[in-house]
Write a protein that binds this ligand. Sequence first.
Ligand code: BG6
Length: 510
Amino acid sequence: MDLNQQIFAVAKSSSCRIVTPEPCGLIIFGASGDLARRKLIPAIYRLFRQKLLPAGFFVLGIARTEMSTAQYRQLMLDGLNDGFMGECDHACWRDFSSMLNYRSIDYDDPKSYRQNISEYLPLLEEGSGSEGNRIFYLATPPTVCQDIIANLQAAGLSKEKGNYVKIVIEKPFGRDTESSQKLDASLLRGFEERQIYRIDHYLAKETVQNILMFRFANSIFEPLWNRRYIDHIQITAMETLGIEQRAGYYEQSGVLRDMFQNHMLQLLSLTAMEPPALFTPERVREEKAKVFQSVRPFPLDRLDELLVTGQYGKGTLNGEAVRGYREEPGVAADSRTPTYAALKLFVDNWRWNGVPFYLRSGKRMRRRTTEISIHFKPVPHMMFTEAMGGGIDANILVLKVQPDEGITLEFQAKNPGSRVCLMPVQLNFAYLRNIALEAYERVLLDCMEGDQMLFVREDAVSLTWELLTPLIERVESGEDHPLSLYAAGSDGPAEAVQLLERGGRLWRAL
Ligand code: BG6
């Protein structure tokens, strides 16, 4: 589209609630792993630097690898330096790192929990003033989660005795309906639902949180937010990254489990949900669950009409040759794991009846873009047709999740000079540098504060698995469902274009 005029609005600073959480200790399982090194410790460090951590605080890193606390601190500093590209403030790190401690354990050995956690925690708590509040953070592969949960419970570590105890668990929450139910059952044996924080880091992105603010704090959009005015909605999450070092996990997962069961369906629920009467975690999560309940079950005998899956072959990305998925270390030479999917679905309720939602996500795509685009219906009567010699583009509202965070409204305006000639223009709002907290900083703080708004409730996990498990099983069985190949660095398989073309629509160009 030839967008030759842009109007910019930039976020002004605004006043925000800043609460310092109660003292606590954070016990990270899987503390030597990638997630802790790349995301968690850097997020805690940044919170410390912004003076947002509670006064009494410590981290106890737990993993299988044998190492001393000094070695652990060095490992985390290396991680920080890689990520920050050398910007770490060393004086600040010195103060921060004195709060980092490390113990190695055997995840499946109850004795190990007694010696290294039950007996060690009180010492750290006394020294730090954390007042016995504990957050257990499972940054481990899903295979060991059940052992950890069972052993925490057996050691009596899930019980609250005048303090609080919380458990944070990362996706994937199981790999299908059955395994997610098992995981939940084991969590609920030791912990109550209010103690459980299931992280979907997409929900902590400022731009994702903004979806609800934008919809429900403005009176001009919500009246249009329905089947009367909206033709269809596209939810896109494209990545340029491949699978990095995660072949073991990804081969078992694929894009439908990795991105759709969680991030994509969460974006859908925020876009489609009804306004809750109160902006409280329970009310919001209630409305989100209703969206999942309203998604029309997928007709498995007609999958081709609504699902395209693909896998990247070799190609070129940013001028560099990149290998195909099957050439990635650890991936089977004949792997059929999808790294791309485009899915059409319907939300069968009063508001959305007949409005298709198109979801697409892929790895090794040409550009990294996550966005939600609301495609409005064309004007009901085209009085300019004669002068324009054709149709005009309908309005599109784009909620840009990342990068270039912001909102864009595309509309028609008169082309100056000509008598009747229209041109598409954009009204832009850009966050620029105003993103205050990164996703992991936000979820860590919210967990400390006990705010479960951004965490996924048990029913959302089971509802989303119930929706997707039959579809995934069908895809994995290979029955009547082809896997399309696409070149790394491209826009994905051609079949995904046809998925929209059949309905007379086009994907928004990224
Ligand atoms: C994770 C997936 O949950 O989200 C990854 O496991 C994916 O495969 C990542 O790369 C995308 O997150 P973000 O924040 O980079 O869009």
